[in-house]
Write a protein that binds this ligand. Structure first.
Ligand SMILES: *Cc1c(COP(=O)(O)O)cnc(C)c1O
Length: 400
């Protein structure tokens, strides 16, 4: 906090988004919320708790380690690991009641017997070419092996969509058809996993036909559409905001340059502000001379190359800028009060209380710099920005 950079994570927004998504589902369809990659950068345990408060039935993670982190925090709902867990991890998964994905055979590794039942979800590759069985008969064979084991239980069968956010639904339809076909063949062979699931956020928002017994949403729970152009039929509230305080102000003359490599040259007398956020914080170097931040009600362009810990912005056209003013890097606009009260040096509890009290004024508004806007300026997607937020950025959790 002494640096003058922090994130506010609006947990109320996550709860409300999850409740909204839950409202789109039929009464028997379960809702799994992905909290992999530290809850898409929001904090895995906090995001999980907020999602559960909104009606999530299960959580998804990328690795067994991420699952164990949730269990250690006392979270008891079903957790599914999307990635492959090596055979040596299976008894640990079983011990902690963490479900695993069967995406390639464990039989060529030494598998110890699990002392508790291991819940297995069979993964099918229907067109993503990432994980799972492409050949359904091979999937049947491996499913039968699972069913033959006393210590394993076939809890689910699933696949993952590659293009559910694209306007053209040709690829999506092909995957849905293959999934249907695979379910039919499994059924013919008397393999009946309890839960069939296919849809990510895009699939879930796109069509109830893709919902099956469970949906798996990530990005939409955090308040963003899967793609900036994706037509949203529901209101989602972005949960993540990032703020940094102006460290220094200076004016450079025509012809003077900014930053490493001197990639920005002033063509007018230019007022330059330095703020303490850089690529090591998850604000990518590719934003150099591309993106904008929000200062005192105005957009200010990032000029010069983004450094590891800092970046420079052009505030020539922004009136009344002072050193120590707060900048919205992305998310909800900085509350008015922040520039008038120096809360940075206060003890943690007092400072957080001040931030939370004043943040509530802006919490439900539209972000002034949305991650979609920012992502577009640098040719990436909101997902990558969210999960890039570095651990050195302190997070303040807004619970409404
Ligand atoms: C990350 C992930 C999801 C969630 O995807 P979103 O696009 O964020 O909704 C769902 N399923 C699997 C297997 C995933 O890896």
């Amino acid at each position: 906090m002494f640096r003058g950079t922090f994130a506010v994570v609006n947990l109320q927004a996550i709860t409300s988004n999850v409740r909204t998504i839950k409202g789109l589902l039929g009464s028997v369809t379960k809702l799994l919320v992905a909290v992999k990659a530290d809850g898409y950068g929001h904090g895995a345990v906090e995001a999980a708790s907020a999602a559960l408060a909104g009606g999530a039935d299960a959580l998804g993670v990328a690795s067994l380690e991420e699952g164990l982190q949730l269990r250690k925090a006392g979270i008891e709902v079903p957790v599914l690991v999307f990635g492959r867990v090596s055979a040596s991890g299976l008894p640990i998964a079983a011990e902690h009641n963490i479900s695993v994905t069967l995406t390639s055979d464990w039989r060529d590794e030494a598998i110890a017997t699990c002392t508790k039942p291991l819940h297995v979800h069979l993964k099918l590759d229907t067109g993503m070419s990432r994980l799972g069985y492409t050949d359904v008969l091979e999937a049947v064979e491996i499913a039968k092996w699972v069913l033959s084991r006393q210590d394993m239980n076939l809890a689910g069968v699933y696949s993952h969509l590659a293009c559910a956010d694209a306007p053209d639904d040709t690829h999506l339809k092909g995957q849905a058809r293959k999934f249907e076909e695979a379910l039919r063949i499994l059924e013919e062979h008397h393999v009946r996993p309890r839960l069939a699931h296919l849809a990510n956020s895009a699939g879930t928002l796109r069509s109830p036909k893709l919902h099956y017994d469970m949906v798996r949403v990530g990005v939409s729970a955090y308040g963003y559409a899967p793609d900036a152009e994706f037509p949203l039929s529901v209101h989602l509230q972005p949960a993540l905001s990032l703020y940094a305080r102006i460290q220094r102000l200076t004016v450079i003359g025509v012809g003077e340059t900014v930053g490493y490599g001197a990639t920005f040259t002033a063509n007018r007398p230019t007022r330059v502000a330095t703020i303490p956020i850089g690529y090591a914080d998850g604000y990518f170097r590719v934003f150099s001379n591309q993106s904008e931040v929000w200062v005192n009600g105005f957009y200010a362009p990032v000029i010069g190359n983004v450094c590891m810990d800092q970046l420079m912005i052009d505030v020539t056209d922004v009136p009344h800028v002072k050193p120590l003013d707060w900048v919205t890097v992305y998310g909800q606009a900085v509350p008015q009060m922040w520039n008038q009260v120096d809360f940075s040096s206060k003890p943690d509890a007092e400072r957080n209380e001040f931030v939370l009290k004043t943040f509530s004024e802006t919490a439900t508004g539209s972000p002034v710099v949305s991650l979609d806007r920012l992502a577009k300026q640098a040719g990436t997607i909101s997902y990558e920005l969210m999960c890039a937020v570095s651990t050195r950025i302190p997070k303040i959790y807004f619970r409404g």
